[in-house]
Design a protein around this ligand. Structure first.
Ligand SMILES: O=C(O)CCC(=O)C(=O)O
Length: 375
């Protein structure tokens, strides 16, 4: 793939490896003029509305500035400098390729677990390893987080911005009388998405083990990407039904009533699977005609069985000071039951949005690229 000037009509075009050429629309190029008269160079925001550009805008001339760099003059008087590297990088960007590490779909045989040592104010290389691992696997376990009240918020603040909810900025997961949520008991919890009734659903959950003095309470994780793909292969119709039937998710407690509608399998604008809203304690399918409900229940039952199948899930015991951070929509979490009479099991948790770690990854990758270019 390369960029080259066109003739006799001036412009730039994309030449594919197969030799097929695609002219680059003059408005597409014009919108990417990045001189200080066109955009604020500190934040990259345009200083004009591109819909106000003439609809018949065209390129008047293309002159070579240096190897694979061209100066382009447009019919509205604007000029822009474009390198092939920049245009090719932009051409490759779309919703299905958002400039993030490739997701690695795992099963129950994942070994070793992605465990990294936590350090306060981590240097860039250590932080990059944490965020890169998180984005690839959908989770990372950070070992050695001080077992102090609120330490989870400090770790969360390193990766993004903490989401406040009706549970507060931080929630305590330990057995309680009259619990606000079944997580605050000693009951086992099957794989689920947290807060599927929220709009938006929390992107990332952090759970920090302060102490576990019981013999149970093992954590379980399942990669929703792997299970969804296995479901699609096994029963495409079930996949379709769970991707298209909007389900009502509800949470009601005292002065809070949260309701949202979404299919169980959620996709992004590039049709990539984001993950799931799966929480069989909180979902209410609408009253559809009986055959449709029959098909929905069959599909959900199949998905549920697969999510609980040890073939797909990993199980481990969080040690004191372990913190697991997971993509709440991609990786479903659960735990085995425990007996609160045996001793205290106390986790602290909080949520951040997924754009935090994604932003951190891009910023750190940009810094690494700059350092490599300077060497
Ligand atoms: O206790 C645990 O390990 C998990 C708790 C949980 O599922 C939650 O807080 O959402």
């Amino acid at each position: 793939m390369q960029i080259e000037p066109t003739a006799p009509r001036p412009g730039l075009q994309l030449r594919g490896d197969d030799g097929v050429c695609q002219p680059i629309h003059p408005l597409w190029l014009r919108e990417r003029c990045d001189g200080s008269d066109q955009m604020d160079t500190t934040n990259g925001q345009r200083l004009y509305d591109p819909s106000d550009l003439p609809a018949d805008l065209h390129v008047l001339s293309v002159t070579e500035h240096g190897p694979s760099v061209w100066d382009v003059r447009f019919s509205d008087g604007a000029t822009g400098r474009f390198s092939a590297a920049r245009l090719l990088a932009e051409a490759a960007m779309n919703a299905a390729n958002p400039g993030l590490p490739r997701r690695f779909a795992w099963t129950g045989s994942l070994s070793p677990l992605p465990i990294l040592r936590w350090q306060a104010s981590p240097p860039d290389a250590a932080l990059f390893a944490m965020v890169d691992t998180f984005l690839r696997h959908g989770f990372v376990i950070l070992r050695g987080v001080p077992s102090t009240d609120g330490a989870v918020l400090d770790v969360a603040g390193t990766f993004g911005w903490v989401r406040d909810t009706n549970f507060g900025k931080m929630f305590n997961v330990r057995s309680e009388p009259n619990p606000e949520d079944l997580a605050y008991t000693g009951l086992f919890l099957d794989p689920h998405t947290d807060n599927p009734y929220r709009d938006p659903v929390p992107g990332v959950q952090l759970l920090h083990c302060l102490t576990n003095r019981t013999s149970g309470g093992h954590s379980t994780l399942v990669d929703g990407l792997t299970v969804a793909e296995a479901l699609r292969a096994r029963d495409p119709d079930a996949y379709r039904i769970l991707s298209t039937t909007p389900v009502r998710f509800v949470y009601t407690y005292n002065q809070t009533e949260l309701v949202d509608y979404a299919p169980i399998l959620e996709h992004d604008a590039g049709s990539q699977l984001i993950g799931m809203r799966f929480s069989p304690k909180l979902d209410f399918v609408p009253l559809l005609p009986q055959p449709e409900l029959e098909a929905f229940y069959r599909a959900r039952r199949l998905l549920d069985r697969m999510l609980r199948d040890p073939e797909f899930s990993i199980k481990f015991l969080l040690q004191d000071g372990d913190l697991m951070m997971f993509d709440n929509r991609r990786v479903l979490h659960g735990r085995t039951g425990f007996d609160p009479q045996e001793g205290l099991r106390h986790l602290q948790g909080c949520y951040i949005d997924i754009d935090g770690p994604r932003s951190l990854y891009r910023v750190l990758a940009r810094g690494a690229d700059r350092r490599a270019a300077a060497e």
